[in-house]
Design a protein around this ligand. Sequence first.
Ligand code: KIV
Length: 271
Amino acid sequence: MSVHKVVKKITTHILQEMKLKGEKISMLTAYDFSMARIVDAAGIDIILVGDSASNVMAGHETTLPITLDQMIYHAGSVIRATNRALVVVDLPFGSYQGNSKEALNSAIRIMKEAEAHAVKLEGGREVRESVERILSAGIPVMGHLCLTPQSIYKFGTYTVRAKEDEEAKRLIEDAHILQEAGCFAIVLEKIPYKLAAQVASELTIPIIGIGAGNGVDGQVLVLHDMLGINNEFSPRFLRRYANLYEVITSAVQNYVKDVKAKDFPNDSEQY
Ligand code: KIV
């Protein structure tokens, strides 16, 4: 029987067990109560309250503008909807880069005010001290390497990272550093699948990929992308499991039509 099927609550230890048993880990984003309730009940292992909320929920062009208060608001809504999944919350841009004390204070606010289960932050060797300090307070930390959207203005583009040897070597080193610092898992975003598979086989902690191929320990997607709510974003790595943009458009059009035609509400829909 798979670990996924028998477990009532996913913990970082369960994720480690899944890696050992070769059982893939499923992870999706959610930012609000209603969606998180569906995603959790459907059996997802990890819900990420990603700073992609900045794009998806608030319409910003990048993840940079979202604030710690806004992340805590989203995280609290998700936590109230979740019974089984491990809920990981992104530390937003500007809430941890200053120094490790700032990182710890931000992580504590997320755990205390939203009652989250873990935090995620972007970066390798440069965040090592912060990872260790957050962990020293008993807060599990997930890493995030390669295409780290909070550094988009440094990269200049959202294209595949670590195609050159030098960046690939640095990535492997950073992944080891994060593991030694105590991260319970690492997200690798948009890198060649062979490199991602190499990292997953070298490291003992779970490696979760987005655009990182099938040789890693689990997969993460942005919920609104995989549901086809956002139909303007079509990277190669994205598989769409629904076309909710069309479903919602047609439902709204039918509602407008019925209201205009005085067909809604009908006799059975009124008091
Ligand atoms: O914020 C987010 O949605 C993420 C995923 C892309 C991993 O960090």
